[in-house]
Write a protein that binds this ligand. Sequence first.
Ligand code: EPZ
Length: 430
Amino acid sequence: MDRIAITGGAQLQGEIPISGAKNSAIKLMAASLLTEDALRLTNMPRLADTRFLGKLLQRLGTEVVEIEGEDGPETLLRTPEITSGFAPYELVRQMRASFNVLGPLLARTGQAKVSLPGGCTIGARPVDLHLKALEALGARIDLHEGYVYAQAPRGLKGARIDFPFNSVGATEHAMLAAVLADGETVITNAACEPELIDLADCLNAMGGKVSGAGSSTIRIQGVSRLHGATHAVMPDRIETGTYAVAAAMAGGEVRLTRTRSDFIQALIDKMVEAGVEVTPHNDGLTVRRNGALLKAVDIETGVYPGFATDLQAQFMALMTLADGESVIRETIFENRFMHAPEMSRLGADISVQGGEARVRGVASLNGAQVMATDLRASVGLVIAGLAARGETMVNRVYHLDRGFERLEEKLGACGALIRRIKGDGEGDED
Ligand code: EPZ
């Protein structure tokens, strides 16, 4: 299995182009099931997760073609006919977002059999809200032996869907199903993350009638058919925030391009409070730190526009070297501090109790072997390694490959001493 070795201490100088958003791209790919015409997605990230979903879609009847377009990677998806409405456990277990094919399959063909995703390292992550939304739209849902059997032989019907709390995945799932339902659907207490706007824009380009995405009430006037379209995937706000924190951690000056600073305003506010210079510009932002000591600041994760849970591990890495104590509260997932003991292996002083971590800044970190349990935790360890003395070896790199495109190349181009060590395929760290 591959590892990533980082020799800490090099400042970062240069430019990092941000890729298309993983968490948007995979939902947009699922939207291609809703029409027999071609959906052309530009600014596509090339990641393990997008490749993986491509394979699942191919099993369901989608033709998936990856091309290098004039302005970067593109994926063409066309599903002339759904040849199978079955998404097996092996596939859904490996990537939870595969579950989001359920709604489009149901909307297009009136039936689907999709595995329940099961738990995950960061929390239980149930899908009850997804299923309630589909039931509200008239689907009959039965659960047997870990599978969801969904049926709507006479089609889905527009309805009111009132979520008890914000869920990104359930809101997206409801939109993906309601767009082809008969009549109007009103979703209240909808998630407001930018990925919802990206999905609505794509569905509207395909002939859908979705309004209000990005606010807590989304209205969808169902249409009888969708057509093909071209849509550019939004920039990855988590990749943007990750490299912003990396630049602050290593010191130096990095310009992040092909992205938007407003997507990570909550992070920027905290970085500025900690003493990092951040300058937004038309095409992204520039992050600068001249080596001055960082100030400890507290954060609490929350739904958009709050501090993203997907940036919590990265910010924790930054706080390990700050002056004073930082309190980090995780409110979205119940078990998202698995990186804390690994950061402690590098010399960080962190104690965790329930949903709260206390990080007492230390004078320096020292390289060590570390292992991560999820994507964002892994990149938090890479960031810590950028400032640790000596060599940090991050194991289980497959987590990183799920969501960060050419990470070593992008950081290496700015002067980071980072390299991938190819494994022997024996699964030595697991
Ligand atoms: C999305 O997960 C992202 N994943 C996550 O990123 C991200 O951390 C999360 O949103 C929050 O922003 C993708 O987009 C693929 P939720 P999602 O439904 O949709 C509970 C990454 O690293 N809940 O908003 O699964 C749930 O357990 C990933 O890229 C229910 O109880 O998140 C959680 O506590 C990790 N019942 C909370 O809601 C449900 O039916 C919010 O989850 C659904 C969710």
